[in-house]
Design a protein around this ligand. Structure first.
Ligand SMILES: NC(=O)C1=CN([C@@H]2O[C@H](COP(=O)(O)OP(=O)(O)OC[C@H]3O[C@@H](n4cnc5c(N)ncnc54)[C@H](O)[C@@H]3O)[C@@H](O)[C@H]2O)C=CC1
Ligand SMILES: CC(C)CC(=O)C(=O)O
Ligand SMILES: [Mg+2]
Length: 352
């Protein structure tokens, strides 16, 4: 089994290093790790954030472990050269349209949530975010208005087929959990969202065992803070899912804890091909200081073992090691402690 490691920029390389240590400690038979350049690192070396060599490596791999991309020194480059295009490009080129972002409170962290402990304790939700469409991938540009002002524009759209396939991902995920699916949109204002809602209702007919509800995204943000325990699976578009998942992360304690799996249709001999990454970015404010929490990336390895390698035992082993570390009081700066990235990695390894 081949895993491509794309660690990227800022804390991406720091957190990925710890996740790779965990992966190697599992001694999976026949494991080969490949390393590729993405993001600002790739731009400086190859002139492009997602070089052809990296994409080729992704295509011959069974799964990808991704750190993060983004560097302030690149924020004024033309958009197609910016580091973020690496992760967007991998998601679209590889057809990874279903992004799963689970959020659960670990025992012992209830007091570290941005919410009251009794609200935090009830959180066990999964955000299913569409990843190949929406305003992120529409035409965009800068133009001049008739009265000479600059105008930025981004096209938001979803086709019926794009909504239908993520609807199935949402319903199937709900069926494996609490059978409740909340579709989040902005159908009171956006045509994109009206189609989204119509298609969700059509697809619901194939899943009579799953309860479908709808919520506008502004209310969903409020409800996530007021009563997050009401959510089981949330299915939503690319932009709304991006925002709501960062919100959910603080409800469980830290953005350094939320893992993700990005899946498509490609099957390998081991399972579903996927890209696994923490939901956070390259965190330039703490990059190079050894302060980042690597747990989200380590938990992304667990998701990889589950979805791409069908190895539920090893996935649970990794998740249990992280949960034990947290319940034993292992805390990085993001959780009010003083342990650094490597020390947190050591603590998880000791509990594997
Ligand atoms: N998938 C990706 O590669 C993503 C890349 N980005 C990029 O990352 C760069 C920084 O973006 P921001 O908006 O600042 O988001 P960010 O997620 O990188 O950081 C937000 C805040 O959370 C903290 N943080 C994030 N991860 C942490 C961890 N593991 N441990 C402790 N603290 C952590 C950071 O220090 C910062 O204060 C930008 O260039 C952005 O475009 C942002 C999100 C996703
Ligand atoms: C292109 C990325 C920076 C999008 C993002 O923030 C994410 O996927 O969480
Ligand atoms: Mg994000």
């Amino acid at each position: 089994m081949k895993i491509a490691i794309f660690s990227g920029d800022g804390i991406g390389s720091e957190v990925t290093r710890e996740a790779v240590r965990v992966l190697e400690a599992l001694k999976l038979p026949g494991l080969t790790l490949l390393e590729g350049d993405v993001g600002a690192a790739a731009y400086h070396r190859h002139g492009r954030p997602l070089p052809a060599e990296t994409l080729d490596m992704a295509r011959v791999s069974d799964a990808i472990l991704f750190g993060a991309v983004g560097d302030p020194s690149c924020d004024n480059l033309e958009r197609h050269l910016r580091p973020e295009q690496a992760v967007l490009g991998l998601r679209s080129e590889l057809g990874l349209f279903a992004n799963l972002r689970p959020a659960t409170v670990f025992a012992g962290l209830e007091d570290l949530s941005g919410l009251r402990p009794e609200l935090a304790r009830a959180i066990d939700l999964l955000i299913v975010r569409e990843l190949n469409g929406d305003v992120y991938f529409g035409d965009k540009g800068m133009r001049e208005t008739a009265d000479g002002q600059r105008e930025g524009w981004d096209m938001m759209s979803y086709s019926e087929g794009e909504v239908r396939r993520i609807a199935h991902s949402g319903f199937l995920a709900a069926r494996k959990r609490g059978s409740k699916l909340c579709s989040v949109d902005k159908a009171n204002v956006l045509e994109t969202s009206q189609l989204w809602r119509d298609v969700m209702i059509e697809v619901a007919a194939e899943y009579p065992d799953v309860e479908l509800t709808h919520m506008y995204v502004d209310n969903a943000a409020m409800q996530m803070v007021k009563n997050p325990g009401q959510f089981d699976v949330v299915v939503t578009g690319n932009l709304f899912g991006d925002i709501l998942s960062d919100l959910a992360s603080m409800c469980v304690g830290s953005i350094g804890l939320l893992a993700s799996a990005s899946l498509g249709e490609r099957q390998t001999e081991y399972g579903t091909f996927g890209l696994y990454e923490p939901i956070h970015g390259s965190a330039p404010d703490i990059a190079g200081l050894g302060k980042a929490n690597p747990m989200a990336t380590i938990l992304s390895v667990a998701m990889m073992l589950r979805h791409s390698f069908g190895d539920e035992d090893q996935a649970c082993k990794v998740e249990t090691a992280v949960a034990r570390a947290l319940s034993d009081g292992v805390r990085g700066g993001d959780l009010g402690g003083d342990l650094g990235t490597e020390a947190i990695g050591d603590a998880v390894l000791e509990r594997l």
